[in-house]
Design a binder for this molecule. Structure first.
Ligand code: AMP
Ligand code: ZN
Ligand code: FE
Ligand code: FE
Length: 277
């Protein structure tokens, strides 16, 4: 049977692998299709597309948009995006600059706590347009201020900890529309981590195409629950490992194997959307 991993990160956001490393590992597992879903960026997609073509793996251009609805942070995955779509690129650039300013603010708070870190150190380490808290955590570990990534989150970076800074996010309904106008399909990421199922009908009304039922952090019962919700709302079913490379122990790629039949259904849904546009 063929299978896919539709949720992967690289060093173009907070993953540690290059697109080529992700593809090499995906090839070892035997994936027929891979999607790159870096946070608020499509920068890694060109390289990943080339690496997939060389490995004879189908590549799906994607991104994981940080969004909010009714006060909850949720992540919306976009698939089959036109990575040259001007509106998409303008919006992503806006949220990337929000992320960069947030790093400066987090560093300023750390400085107030007598931690002598510099924003430039974090940017140098992140080396990407879409830096986030994991890069601050790595910088804290590298400079010897924390023993581990987890300690950095526990002491400083977790929600309501002293260096935590809330992030301006796009509205989830706008994110769905942004993805559609860029030729993509919009999928709610890891709903089991958010526990905000009550917002699903609003997203469906806005045109949500699918729901990520299979995710490394979903229990079997959570996956079953979201399969039922997908069925009820006639949504596509997706899944992926959310592998961030080696940043959190053993790489997760290979832990979720989405049957390829779901990708076929995504192709059909995409054709339908393109025909309607
Ligand atoms: P950001 O987008 O900058 O808010 O960073 C979010 C990322 O930080 C997530 O994708 C997780 O990988 C990581 N993260 C969030 N909370 C924690 C935590 N408590 N411990 C370790 N990593 C975390
Ligand atoms: Zn991440
Ligand atoms: Fe996410
Ligand atoms: Fe993710």
């Amino acid at each position: 049977m063929s299978f896919a991993d539709l949720h992967l990160h690289t060093h173009f956001s907070d993953g540690t692998f290059s697109p080529e490393e992700v593809v090499a590992r995906g090839q070892r597992v035997g994936f027929a299709a891979l999607a790159l879903t870096d946070h608020d960026t499509v920068e890694g997609c060109s390289r990943m597309a080339i690496a997939c073509a060389e490995a004879n793996i189908e590549f799906i251009t994607g991104a994981e948009l940080t969004a909010e609805h009714a006060g909850n942070e949720i992540h919306i995955l976009g698939y089959f995006l036109d990575q040259h779509n001007q509106r998409l690129l303008t919006e992503l650039a806006r949220f990337q600059s929000v992320r960069q300013n947030r790093i400066r603010e987090m560093v300023a708070r750390l400085n107030e706590l007598a931690i002598p870190l510099q924003a430039e150190e974090v940017f140098a380490l992140a080396n990407c347009q879409s830096p986030g808290r994991p890069h601050v955590a790595r910088a804290l570990v590298q400079a010897g201020h924390c023993a581990s990534h987890d300690e950095a989150f526990e002491r400083f970076l977790k929600k309501n900890r002293p260096a935590w800074v809330p992030k301006a996010k796009m509205s989830a309904l706008d994110a769905v529309e942004l993805i559609h106008q860029a030729g993509g399909l919009a999928v709610m990421a890891h709903p089991g981590l958010n526990r905000t199922d009550e917002i699903i009908p609003d997203l469906v009304a806005a045109g949500l195409d699918g729901i990520e039922c299979f995710h490394t952090k979903h229990s079997t019962s959570a996956s079953e629950r979201y399969l039922m919700i997908a069925d009820k709302h006639k949504l596509l079913v997706t899944g992926g490992s959310d592998c961030h490379g080696k940043s959190k122990g053993k790489p997760l790629i290979g832990t979720i194997k989405l049957p390829y039949t779901h990708v076929e259904k995504m192709h059909a849904a995409r054709q339908k959307r393109l025909a309607a546009n």
